[in-house]
Design a protein around this ligand. Structure first.
Ligand code: GLU
Length: 298
């Protein structure tokens, strides 16, 4: 019996300059992929067509080549795949699990401040934002109106309580051993999507979300191993839920350590001094960059 070739992907967003953290993630993916004779894919996650520019994408590709990242097929661009994401949203809508929500981030903040000053502590999601206070969910139509005309005009949220009720058994994902060792059996992690509340699945200005685009493309590209930073560990619960609702296969995950700056903060794209371009312009070689990452790549 022939065993299917594993597939890895590195999926950066060209909405700023790549930094050392991206270099680490890309090269770790490549190393793990090469070790098991897997295909290495590059996916350009540019759903935010305002912030993701052609110039940033060009720079991103040059920076990736400079550090020695290689990919095996023509990259796919999420900016050209909105129809597929819309189909997925409509499928979830058919299950009656979506609703349109007009409340802005500042209105949510105001609402939550009001609740908290009246003595009701309000839960935060794993990224530290207050979970959606649910006012509009309570005002929902019954039965809900189809949202086909609303996607891309209003914020679309998943009714988390209803989605959970649709699933009888608990959901799990497989997480590779903490050193990324592929010879060790992955650990089963229980997915707890409810900690995110009624998560946003499409924005007003972007007719999809990272979560929808990510699970659709991981499945479409036959991705078997998702290697990405620990900052996305808890988001994996949302991805498992969406995979379940959409009938998509689940890859194995490895959430690697994040590279931090001297203040122990996670690097950000606005952190100019760690951008790959800056390092390259200062005369460093890709090997110097790898040393700087303290990258004993496994
Ligand atoms: N596009 C995401 C980022 O640049 C990565 C998403 C993923 O690997 O699932 O942070």
């Amino acid at each position: 019996m022939s065993v299917a070739q594993p597939v890895f992907r590195f999926a950066p967003s060209p909405n700023g300059e790549l930094h050392l953290g991206h270099a680490y993630s890309a090269l770790l993916n490549l190393q793990m992929a090469r070790r098991c004779n897997a295909k290495m894919l590059l996916r350009i996650e540019g759903i935010d067509t305002q912030r993701c520019t052609a110039a940033l994408e060009k720079q991103m590709l040059e920076d990736l080549e400079w550090i020695g990242f290689e990919w095996d097929e023509e990259p796919i661009r999420q900016s050209g795949r909105f129809d597929l994401y819309q189909d997925a949203l409509l499928k979830i809508d058919e299950l009656g699990l979506l609703y349109a929500s007009g409340m802005s981030r500042s209105e949510i903040k105001r609402e939550v401040t009001k609740l908290e000053s009246a003595g009701t502590p309000w839960p935060r999601d794993p990224d530290g934002s207050p979970i959606y206070p649910g006012k509009e969910r309570e005002l929902r139509d019954s039965p809900r109106k189809p949202l086909s005309k609303t996607i891309g005009r209003q914020i679309i949220r998943l009714d988390m309580a209803m989605a959970k009720a649709k699933i009888n058994d608990p959901l799990f994902w497989n997480e590779m051993a903490s050193n990324g060792n592929m010879d060790v059996n992955p650990e089963e992690v229980k997915a707890e999507p409810a900690v995110w509340g009624d998560v946003i699945l499409a924005r007003r200005d972007v007719p999809t979300s990272y979560h929808i685009a990510c699970v659709i493309d991981d499945a479409a590209q036959g991705v078997t191993h998702v290697v990405r930073g620990k900052d996305l560990y808890f988001a994996t619960a949302i991805h498992r839920l969406l995979q379940h609702l959409l009938g998509l296969p689940a890859p194995v995950y490895f959430h690697h350590e994040l590279i931090r700056n001297d203040e122990r903060q996670k690097l950000s794209k606005s952190d100019g001094h760690t951008s790959l371009r800056q390092l390259r312009n200062s005369g460093l070689s890709p090997m110097d960059v790898i040393d700087r990452m303290g990258l004993s790549l496994l």
